[in-house]
Each structure stands twice: as structure tokens, then as C-alpha cells.
Design a protein. Structure first.
Length: 170
């Protein structure tokens, strides 16, 4: 009899744990926070603080080691076309590209520029996605997350530098 009571208590405890585990996601969802896609023409116009980082799978790499650049993007978007500049210490260059808005998916941009660094010409290609904003109290700056590829047009066989970037509206 004692053995069957212990077994039934274990069964009740197991069912209780299962119910709690199943209810936990519902309690997280019950916070009433949603994501909003800012997919409106002209969204990319403005000044953005730009930071780029090396792509590394080594967990021991520090942020200081991964950091590549801190610059500013000044962009103007009109009719789906984007023009602007990446400005920063020592190097500034023009950018041109396109914005794409897709309902229920958000906004993306693709930019191209060329810059001469230490006497060598490089191509820069950017792809970025406008991150949705959370429906929480307080201001949340628009942020673009993306990737940048730096290639050598004089030697296309040379492996390009690929980095990640984040740009936050000033």
C-alpha cells in the first residue's frame, strides 16, 4: 500500500511539473509586449551611429578585439533610393543603394560605396535590416543590423573582409 501511495504521489508531482512547464510560456507571452515593424518609405533617412565588428566564432575574443569602426552614416531616402555618406576619423565616402519594404517582414537596405584606404581602393557592400521595436514604455531608437563586405576590385580573387554592423538612429 505504501509503495502505491508513493507511486501515486510521484505521478501527481510529475503531472504538476508538466503543467507548470507547459504554462510557463503562456505567462511569458502574457506580458503584452509586441514587436512593431517600421516599414514606411523614408525610414532610413537620418543620421545613424555606425559600429562594425569582426565576425568570429571564438568565445574568447573580446569586444575590443572584435571592434572595427565607429563612424556615422548620413542617409537620405527618396523613392526607394538611398544616398549618403559614411563619415569617420580619416575616411569618408559616398554611399548609394536601395531600400525595400515588405509587409509583415520589415525594411531592408542595400548600399555600395568605394573608399581609398592607405592608397588602396576598396569596394564596400552593405546589407541591413531595420530591427522591429518592442511595445514597451520609453523611447527606443531605430536600429539597423547587418553585414558589410569589403573587397579589393584590383584583385577579385583576394578573400574579402566580412563584418557585422549595427547602426542606431541619433
Amino acid at each position: 500500500m505504501l509503495k502505491s501511495q508513493i507511486l501515486s504521489w510521484r505521478l501527481v508531482a510529475a503531472w504538476g511539473a508538466l503543467l507548470v512547464a507547459l504554462m510557463l510560456p503562456f505567462s511569458v507571452l502574457a506580458q503584452d509586449m509586441t514587436l512593431t515593424l517600421n516599414a514606411q518609405a523614408g525610414t532610413f533617412t537620418g543620421k545613424w551611429v555606425y559600429r562594425s565588428f569582426s565576425v568570429s566564432s571564438n568565445p574568447k575574443d573580446t569586444l575590443a578585439k572584435l571592434a572595427l569602426g565607429l563612424n556615422e552614416l548620413v542617409l537620405t531616402e527618396q523613392g526607394g533610393r538611398i544616398t549618403g555618406q559614411r563619415t569617420g576619423a580619416g575616411v569618408s565616402y559616398d554611399l548609394a543603394g536601395v531600400a525595400l519594404y515588405v509587409a509583415k517582414q520589415g525594411a531592408t537596405m542595400r548600399l555600395h560605396g568605394q573608399a581609398t584606404i592607405s592608397g588602396k581602393l576598396y569596394n564596400y557592400d552593405y546589407f541591413g535590416y531595420l530591427i522591429p521595436s518592442w511595445s514597451v514604455n520609453g523611447a527606443q531608437a531605430d536600429t539597423i543590423m547587418g553585414t558589410v563586405l569589403r573587397s579589393d576590385p584590383a584583385d577579385p580573387n583576394n578573400a574579402p573582409l566580412i563584418a557585422s554592423f549595427a547602426a542606431t538612429r541619433e
